[in-house]
Design a protein around this ligand. Structure first.
Ligand SMILES: C[S@@+](CC[C@H](N)C(=O)[O-])C[C@H]1O[C@@H](n2cnc3c(N)ncnc32)[C@H](O)[C@@H]1O
Length: 376
């Protein structure tokens, strides 16, 4: 099972299939494929839109916490975690017998630790940190699933965002929006209102074919007993070499009116190793350079829910519509917003509305076909 944020299932399925895996099942929370622990390494290093790559240990009928404890204790945990290891259990429970997911969490942790103690005499530490072995329990009605979480910390934490700015997009969501826009690195892409640069950095990583996990030093699979560091290093090297570098790409132009945002974006892009592929500028969105011909313009304005004032924003959204219509003819325009009322002020007819969630805010990626004509 590979989990993702709401709305990212389709881009995730496309990525998984693009890597040669078959998607055998799926839900709004992710996709299911078949593979080995070794495949998990590759998926963890490469996937842009995933949260966690989970390796199924056992699927079983479970009607009570006693049954949960028993079935989990029957698994060979001594082959997974050593007595001096660290264990974190994460649970998602939707069953009539339990109304507090902390309790099954504790049961799973006890079952694992008791099993290891019985076999080895030592008891691993446990807690909420994800730097050790991470185990996920899903318990729905009378069925339960136990997974090894081979990612540990969510894959959306790429490690390049050292300089945060206001309301940044999660990296996996930014990658999903770019994929939904049809961006593949060959087109010119213009990102006014770029904030701390997440969209621009993800665009550059896609264009340069850089694996999403390039900057990560830790994945959950590294804490598993029997982890083969040499095998990982070889695989990592092979993926990086196969990805190549210095690809011929379209231009990536990223602007914001706030100089502090651009400073943060530049720093983040530098950390990600892609600052040389992005043209940054400080300006009002309407002054952003639009290269001639065709391409993509993607804007992520404030929604007026967490930041900004709706009254002022109404004028800004109207200006965005004017900008797209008057300056971006020939391009495909996108506005990503969580405020449907403000979206109406754009004054252009969206040809598509794709649903995503930014945190718990229900958002839409609105697509606008900006037909070629005389640019003003
Ligand atoms: C929601 S944030 C974008 C966050 C960004 N996607 C990220 O991941 O960091 C909106 C950005 O739009 C910028 N902005 C607002 N009004 C603008 C305008 N008229 N022209 C240019 N930038 C503007 C703000 O400075 C802010 O950085």
């Amino acid at each position: 099972m590979i989990t993702c944020g709401p709305g990212l299932r389709d881009p995730l399925a496309a990525e998984v299939e693009g890597m040669g895996f078959e998607v055998v099942d799926g839900s709004s929370g992710g996709v299911v494929t078949r593979g080995s622990i070794f495949d998990c390494m590759r998926l963890n290093f490469t996937l842009r839109t995933a949260y966690n790559v989970l390796f199924l240990m056992k699927e079983f009928r479970c009607g009570s916490d006693t049954s949960l404890y028993k079935q989990v204790s029957n698994l060979p945990w001594e082959n997974v975690i050593g007595p001096s290891g660290y264990l974190c259990v994460l649970s998602k429970v939707d069953t009539w017998t339990i109304d507090n997911s902390m309790y099954p969490n504790l049961k799973v942790k006890d079952a694992i630790v008791d099993r290891i103690s019985g076999k080895t005499g030592g008891r691993p530490d446990s807690g909420p940190e994800r730097h050790g072995v991470v185990v996920n329990l899903f318990w729905k009605k009378d069925k339960a699933w136990i997974y090894l979480n081979t990612s540990g910390v969510k894959l959306s934490d790429r490690n390049y965002r050292k300089m945060p700015h206001t309301a940044p997009l999660r990296e996996s969501l930014a990658a999903g929006l770019l994929m939904a826009s049809g961006f593949d690195g060959t087109q010119d892409i213009v990102l006014p209102m770029c904030g701390s640069g997440t969209l621009a950095i993800e665009a550059a990583m896609i264009a340069q074919n850089k694996p999403a996990g390039l900057l990560r030093t830790h994945f959950g699979f590294m804490a598993l007993k029997g982890y083969d560091e040499q095998k990982w290093k070889t695989l990592r090297r092979e993926i990086v070499q196969a990805a190549g570098n210095g690809w011929e790409t379209g231009r990536i132009i990223a602007t914001d009116r706030d100089p502090k945002a651009i400073e943060a974006a530049r720093q983040n892009a530098k950390t990600a190793g892609v600052d040389g592929f992005i043209e940054f500028g400080v300006c009002d969105f309407a002054e952003t350079e639009i290269p001639p011909g065709s391409g993509i313009v993607l804007m992520n304005p404030e929604y007026g829910l967490r930041l900004g004032e709706t009254g002022q924003l109404e004028k800004e959204y109207k200006r965005m519509g004017d900008f797209l219509k008057q300056k971006c003819a020939g391009y495909t325009g996108y506005i990503f917003t969580g405020n449907p009322g403000l979206a109406k002020k754009v004054g252009l007819k969206a040809s598509r509305r794709m649903e995503f969630f930014n945190g718990n805010i229900n958002c839409r990626l609105l697509k606008y076909e900006l037909y070629q004509g005389t640019r003003l």
